[in-house]
Design a binder for this molecule. Sequence first.
Ligand SMILES: NC(=O)c1ccc[n+]([C@@H]2O[C@H](COP(=O)([O-])OP(=O)(O)OC[C@H]3O[C@@H](n4cnc5c(N)ncnc54)[C@H](O)[C@@H]3O)[C@@H](O)[C@H]2O)c1
Length: 342
Amino acid sequence: MRKIGFYGGKFLPLHQGHVYAIIKASTMVDELYVVLSQSEKRDQALCKGSKLPYIPSRIRLRWLSQLTKEMPHVKVVEVEDHDGDEDYNWNEGALKIREVIGQGIDVVFSSEIDYDPIFKELYPEAKHMLIDEKREQYPISATEIRNKGVFHYWDYIPDVAKPYFIKKVVILGTESCGKSTLTRNLALIYNTNYVREYGREYCEDLGGCDGIILEQDYPIIAYGHKLKEYEAIKQANKIVFIDTEAVVTQFYSELYNQKHQQVLNEIARIQQYHLCLFLEPDVKWVDDGLRVHGEQLVREENNQRLKELLKENGIEFVRISGTYQERLEKAIEVIGGVFEGV
Ligand SMILES: NC(=O)c1ccc[n+]([C@@H]2O[C@H](COP(=O)([O-])OP(=O)(O)OC[C@H]3O[C@@H](n4cnc5c(N)ncnc54)[C@H](O)[C@@H]3O)[C@@H](O)[C@H]2O)c1
């Protein structure tokens, strides 16, 4: 007879203790249901005043789905279980869990001895199996993570969940204002990775961009850049530094092709950065072979236009200027003030 088990939780957030228990449980039954018990109201209340902003259930479901994607006998299901004002109605919860599993339950897994009488009553036919009750493998709890923040317990956050928490810092500015240098330096200092300006790579591939870049190249650049961000975030360590975004691409589309493109506005609209650092063009112009607007007056006009475009797109930024040393110091100061524990 096939053995059916389930392991439930709020996974707010998912941590390595949960992962350990899920993997272990998966080796003990023929079919394991990982049940996300969620209620927006209850989970919002739980996160309120903590260091963990509420995490929508879709995100938590996505983590669990990614975690178990190569385990066909593990099924991830969601149960919305808030009824009325009660914190958690165990009876209602159990009914819904039974309904979603849709077959007899042989084992209920948890690491909570206190759940024993509850599970015995709700699932009398099933055995309650405790996994690492003392939490020796991973001495952590979601409550503790909510209290101190995910960055405090970063090593306990599974790789599938980490990208959700990465702080995205984008560095903006016109040509030759030190963006790529600052982006790289910050990434090295914060021991993380960074995203190079994809437009540069694209232009280099064409052998330069003076007079040859077409209107249709810009959306490819903007989306290509997004894809690089998506990949970089998967490997980042708490924070990621990004050189340029879609409004800067719009700026170049206007500058080189005299085209303001709606598609670039749309890409800009769905971007979500936690901090934008705007570099003023007051460092020496460096001609790298791809740049064409070196006169100071033109640099300032361009700078003004980029700021206007950012404003039109509702993007707020912190201005950074001065020598390379001052820029670096200012950026570190701003980052330290905005993010705790990076
Ligand atoms: N207590 C509640 O308010 C509540 C709310 C919703 C659902 N539930 C029910 O209780 C079950 C568990 O929910 P929860 O609130 O405890 O969820 P949770 O997300 O806090 O924990 C999920 C499970 O992981 C275990 N766990 C936590 N840290 C661990 C570690 N370091 N190592 C190993 N295991 C660890 C917990 O004991 C629990 O069994 C659900 O399936 C549901 O039936 C309870």
